[in-house]
Design a binder for this molecule. Structure first.
Ligand SMILES: *[C@@H]1O[C@H](CO)[C@@H](O)[C@H](O)[C@H]1NC(C)=O
Ligand SMILES: *[C@@H]1O[C@H](CO)[C@@H](O)[C@H](O)[C@H]1NC(C)=O
Ligand SMILES: *[C@@H]1O[C@H](CO)[C@@H](O)[C@H](O)[C@H]1NC(C)=O
Length: 244
């Protein structure tokens, strides 16, 4: 008589179900491969950016597009400066910006907003973008701003939707603002931005959550080149910075 040693059926089913579920486990992990991204109902990171290089390449494709740059420089130049100057004058009247403010424009392309700040008297203004555009815009990635902590009194950006890591984008603004400094974001809440966007925002809630060293100053509707909402934060005065 041949003595067979059958595997206990429970073990067999366990191994079988493990094999069957492996692809599913893999899928779940690959979807969650960006743990620092605050993906939520009100802030969605667009899929398809498999690496930071691919993301940067796509952003550069827009920034370097010669046709777009030509339009920005010519047809758009004066019109945009005028509209930006209007927004900044209002912020001045509300006491959120002054001629003495040291100001940064984040993701400034060729720098119309920087020029607008200078024209209304905020002379110490500069922009950053992946591609520099001297003298208004220096080279800098908004996920890793090339500035020391507590450098600026005022930061403006209308490219939040281009951030692949919104929490880093916000973290860098908060890091480089002085205590009491003001950050102004122009965002699209009720309409979708362009194909170069890396995220979609559906309410101001995720911003309030990420601006965790700041207080919300105001939210108002605007008409700003396809962006419909202005959100303003002020960095708190007394922050205990913990370093490890
Ligand atoms: C950027 O543009 C080039 C040339 O137009 C194209 O070959 C490349 O695939 C684009 N890259 C991305 C990431 O869109
Ligand atoms: C700020 O600068 C502008 C432009 O140079 C000037 O017209 C304005 O009077 C200045 N404002 C203050 C409060 O000094
Ligand atoms: C604020 O958020 C950042 C990034 O999410 C986090 O690293 C930091 O610890 C938070 N700070 C406070 C004071 O909650």
């Amino acid at each position: 008589m041949k003595a067979t040693q059958p595997k206990p059926p429970i073990l067999k089913y366990f191994i079988l179900s493990l094999i069957v579920s492996l692809p599913l486990i893999y899928l779940l992990f690959s979807l969650k491969s960006n743990p620092s991204v605050p993906d939520s109902k009100d802030l969605r990171i667009r899929p398809g950016y498999t690496s930071y290089d691919i993301y940067i390449q796509k952003q550069l494709n827009k920034t370097l597009n010669p046709k777009l740059r030509q339009i920005w420089r010519t047809r758009d130049w004066d019109r945009k400066i005028q509209v930006f100057a209007g927004f900044f004058e209002e912020l001045k009247q509300k006491g959120l910006l002054s001629n003495q403010s040291k100001a940064l424009c984040v993701g400034a392309r060729i720098g119309q907003e920087v020029e607008a700040l200078k024209r209304i008297g905020v002379s110490d203004s500069v922009g950053i973008d992946l591609v520099p555009c001297p003298p208004l815009v220096v080279k800098g990635d908004f996920h890793h701003q090339p500035f020391d902590d507590q450098t600026f009194d005022f930061e403006f950006s209308n490219v939040f939707d281009h951030a692949l890591y919104p929490d880093k984008f916000v973290g860098e603004i908060q890091r480089t603002l002085k205590p009491g400094g003001v950050s102004v974001l122009h965002v699209a809440l009720s309409r979708r931005s362009d194909k170069y966007s890396a995220n979609d925002l559906f309410s101001v809630k995720p911003l309030v959550k990420m601006f965790n060293l700041s207080g919300l100053v105001h939210v108002r509707k605007i008409d700003g080149f396809g962006l419909d909402t202005e959100v303003v934060f002020r960095k708190k005065q007394n922050i205990v910075i913990q370093r490890s």
